[in-house]
Design a protein around this ligand. Sequence first.
Ligand code: HPA
Length: 258
Amino acid sequence: MPTSNRPEPVRLAVIGGSGLYRLGLGPVTTTHQVNTPFADEPVDVFEEQTAAGPVWFLPRHGEHHTVAPHRINYRANVWALHSLGCNSIVAINATGGISAGMIPGRLVIPDQIIDYSYGREHTFITDEHSLAHHIDFTNPFDPLLMECLAGSVKQARLEYRLGGVYGCTQGPRLETAAEIRRMYRDGCDIVGMTGMPEAALCRELGLRYAMLALVVNRGAGLGGGEISLDEIRQVLVQGVDGIRIVLRHCCQMLLKPA
Ligand code: HPA
């Protein structure tokens, strides 16, 4: 069989978080209802025709934000995207800010994760154990996608930080002030509830994965009072426009042939 050195063409999926319930970069051409071994109900994935090519979109909390972080069927979602042939995933995540500069409105492309979540179905591996099951996860995010996101945010002239540690808590409650202080000591820059096990499941299936996080509040105890959900909603509404611009650039970079 002749082999080719050409890289595999990118088939890009976006997983939308709080505030991003439709991609909105072009018309939806197909709504895929994907059956998976992990759920009785199919997973809805929306295929959009963007100017640069097709992109698949999955809102992880559902179209109407009815699925809480600890109840998301991460395995079904990742499996569905993989079975549609997607090989690259950009995840959009609303987060709290912990370290200096992580203020509401800031975009962050993290390069590391600490997982504080528990009790979630976090692996596809259920058969007899073998050494091969210990996937490497030293760097949980894909450098090519991170670079593409950074280039796209720059092009959009938005404030951002490339690199940082994303701490994933269980939710759905927000953290206590002491928990956030501990996360700071651990080295976390931002905190969210949905990055894991999503990132690890993508790695298990060999999918490229990167995160574009939007800081929507200061972490508990850091903002001089209680966390205001109204303020979070306002930042989300404003931030989502910028995220769409970034995603549009990202599609151009990844999907258009050079
Ligand atoms: N903590 C956890 N998840 C979040 C936060 C937070 O402060 N803000 C948005 N998602």
